[in-house]
Design a protein around this ligand. Structure first.
Ligand SMILES: O=c1ccn([C@@H]2O[C@H](COP(=O)(O)O)[C@@H](O)[C@H]2O)c(=O)[nH]1
Length: 229
């Protein structure tokens, strides 16, 4: 069985990202390539990591007009990534365009919608003028994402139990904001431990700095496996 752990390779350059990947193993984790690393390394880096046997979550959070997002998810599918995401805030027509764009693919990537970033608190949302809590907004955007044909959402594991109840067993829940007990939350606001995240119903745990910032990243990954075993 493949691991539920997605290691976020948030590095300022390709060399340390590849060096870390060389110390990990596809049986232990998948890898997430986000905005910083993709802007440095581009599709070639994704292909290199795939060539090492890793499945890749391309975390570029597309948010644009429907035609542009459709083209972007097609480009991700052509790259052969395992998972790709868009912002649910782009709305129904944008998400439906992304879903349609992947129809011709025999083995399309999982198509996931970001609800409310795990770095956002209720106070942050209020400041933006939203009259609902993070939990309420996640619930509404997840319903819209499912109705638009998306495979699942990115949310905090704090919301996973509620979404599992309302969106059913097959809706994929991808949860960043994961911290080992005692680790610094940093810029994250809606934080959960690995074991609690899985207990709440998360399918995939996105973990960056708790692993990549550790003195021994492989040991940190093994600690997460031990915690969730
Ligand atoms: O809501 C979201 C969506 C994406 N992320 C990404 O996950 C990792 C988390 O890194 P940590 O170091 O474990 O905090 C990072 O790449 C984010 O871009 C997220 O945190 N929250």
């Amino acid at each position: 069985m493949t691991s539920p752990i997605l290691v976020a390779l948030d590095f300022p350059d390709t060399a340390p990202a590849v060096a870390l990947a060389e110390r990990l193993a596809p049986e232990l984790c998948r890898l997430k390539v986000g905005k910083e690393l993709f802007t440095r390394g581009g599709p070639q880096l994704v292909e290199r990591l795939q060539g090492m046997g890793f499945e890749i979550f391309l975390d570029l959070k597309f948010h644009d007009i429907p035609n542009t997002v459709a083209g972007a998810v097609r480009a991700a599918a052509d790259l052969g990534v395992w998972m790709v995401n868009v912002h649910a805030g782009g709305g129904r027509r944008m998400m439906e365009a992304a879903v349609q764009a992947l129809r011709p693919y025999e083995k399309p990537p999982l198509l996931i919608a970001v609800t409310v970033l795990t770095s956002m608190s209720d106070e942050d949302l209020a400041e933006l003028g939203y009259g609902e809590s993070a939990a309420e907004r996640v619930r509404r955007l997840a319903a819209l994402a499912q109705d638009s044909g998306m495979d699942g959402v990115v949310c905090s594991a704090l919301e996973a139990r509620d979404l599992r109840t309302h969106r059913g067993p097959d809706f994929c829940l991808v949860t960043p904001g994961i911290r080992l007990a005692g680790d610094d939350a940093g810029d994250q606001r809606r934080v959960v431990t690995p074991a609690q995240a899985l207990a709440n119903g998360s399918d995939y745990l996105v973990i960056g700095r708790s692993i990549t910032g550790a003195d021994d990243p492989l040991a940190a990954l093994e600690r997460v496996h031990a915690e969730i075993a």
